[in-house]
Design a binder for this molecule. Structure first.
Ligand code: ATP
Length: 421
């Protein structure tokens, strides 16, 4: 069955004219000169994509890559310089906080103002009012002018209106990050409900774990152009390369010419500011992480098998060295880790100049999010515990997850329910 498109973006370009002086803008507007007095700045450059009905699609990209511009054009707030957008369905947008709200009106008046703007009658809004007020949960503040609201209250009301007016397409721009965690979880719960009802969601976020969790597909923008689109994992991977200043497009082209062995190298970033210490009787000379396809990567899908490798060179003969890794969360709490001793892989002795590679293979059971991986080579020297070499926070690992449970890791429960009358 062919998918119907909820949104079609065709050759979308938005160019801003940047003038050095306000007087140049005026001269240009009045047609007083034939000289070009402006520089062209492309917020979007020939962007194309389709969003099918019922999909939840994320748009990610660095600051200024054009994410908000696209959403504003889709929702009709901005007009494109070239190209067009076709929207098939009633759209509700949560863009800039409470855009379309009148600051002097009370919350309640704004609910009616917004509802009317979207084309609802007073009776239709009356019918939805209880749901809106319950979702916003801002109590008596609903009767106060919106200008007296905190940014949190503002977004609660704006979101409550946006999702309770039965949109077929919901467009959300990062606004959720303003609410507290409880409100955020309520919003995400609503997202899930929307998805189940087959509604279309388009959302822009810098929060890669919610993009991974909620989106079926992700569009990656860079400097006004669509760099790529694909699964959340693939796009988060590419985006991370962009963040560290690499040019992923170029790499992809280069990769096409490389042998499959070379391609296996993938893209793995270590932390240039990692902390190192130890007496260097043994040294960790290399390390990496391989995903389930054997590609070097800082992004691992939850539930997939992955490998952690470390190469150790022994500068002296060492009895029973222990090689280890540890995962910490970004707050620095040790979440998990193991070593060759716990795993009962005893190395009796390593001679001077020996080089060995230790590979730990396991399933990723950590919840989606950001982690830091540390490595160590330790042992006993003359009966004393000795650190030969430790690399703290040697690299980051992003766990991409489509399902998060409670706490740090997933028990991978299998659930059965038996009901009796
Ligand atoms: N009114 C304007 N005049 C000139 N340039 C603009 C205007 N509005 C946006 N731009 C430029 O267009 C580009 C895209 O902006 P946009 O706000 O869409 O990016 P974004 O991806 O949403 O960024 P962020 O992640 O910072 O919100 C930026 O370079 C921005 O400076």
């Amino acid at each position: 069955m062919e998918n119907k498109n909820a949104i079609q973006v065709n050759h979308l370009t938005k160019m801003y004219k940047l003038y050095d002086k306000p007087s140049d803008r005026l001269k240009d507007a009045l047609g007083l000169t034939k000289k070009k007095l402006y520089r062209e700045h492309y917020a979007l450059h020939d962007v194309n994509f389709d969003i099918h009905e019922g999909e939840c699609v994320g748009i990610i990209g660095t600051n200024g890559s054009g994410k908000s511009t696209i959403l504003k054009i889709i929702t009709g707030v901005l007009t494109p310089t070239e190209g067009e957008v076709k929207v098939n369905g009633r759209i509700s947008a949560l863009l800039e906080l409470g855009a379309g709200f009148n600051m002097e009106y009370s919350g309640l008046e704004n609910v009616y103002l917004n509802g009317t703007m979207i084309g609802f009658s007073k009776e239709e809004i009356d019918a939805r009012l209880d749901d809106i007020l319950e979702f916003a949960d801002i109590g008596d503040f609903i009767h106060q002018p919106v200008k007296t609201y905190s940014s949190g209250m503002f977004v609660r009301l704006a979101f409550a209106v946006a999702i309770n007016i039965d949109p077929e397409i919901l467009v959300v721009d990062e606004a959720l990050s303003v609410g507290d965690v409880f409100f955020q979880s309520k919003c995400y719960h609503k997202f899930e409900e929307f998805k189940k009802q087959g509604k279309t969601i388009l959302f822009v976020s810098h929060d890669l774990s919610s993009v991974s969790k909620y989106c079926d597909r992700v569009i990656l923008l860079n400097k006004g152009r669509k760099l790529d689109e694909g699964s959340p994992k693939q796009m988060v991977d590419l985006y991370k390369q962009l963040l560290v200043g690499q040019n992923p497009v170029k790499q992809q082209e280069e990769n096409a010419e490389k042998s499959s062995d070379d391609r296996k190298k993938g893209n793995f970033q270590s932390n240039p500011n990692m902390l190192e210490y130890g007496n260097r009787m043994a040294e960790i000379t290399d390390f990496d992480v391989l995903d389930d396809k054997g590609m070097r990567s800082n992004t691992i899908e939850k539930g997939s098998s992955f490998k952690i490798r470390m190469k150790v060179r022994f500068n002296e003969t060492i009895q029973e060295p222990i090689m280890a890794y540890t995962f910490k969360n970004i707050k620095g709490t040790e979440i998990t880790g193991t070593n060759t001793m716990f795993e009962k892989i005893h190395v009796e002795r390593s001679d001077k100049n020996d080089v060995c590679t230790v590979t730990f293979t396991q399933e990723m059971n950590l919840q989606g999010g950001e982690y830091l991986l540390s490595f160590g080579c330790t042992g006993y020297k003359d009966g004393d515990f000795t650190v030969f070499h430790r690399l703290y926070d040697a690299c980051n690992i992003t766990v991409v997850s489509a399902k998060n449970t409670v706490g740090f890791f997933d028990m991978n429960s299998r659930v059965e329910i038996q009901c009796e009358d």
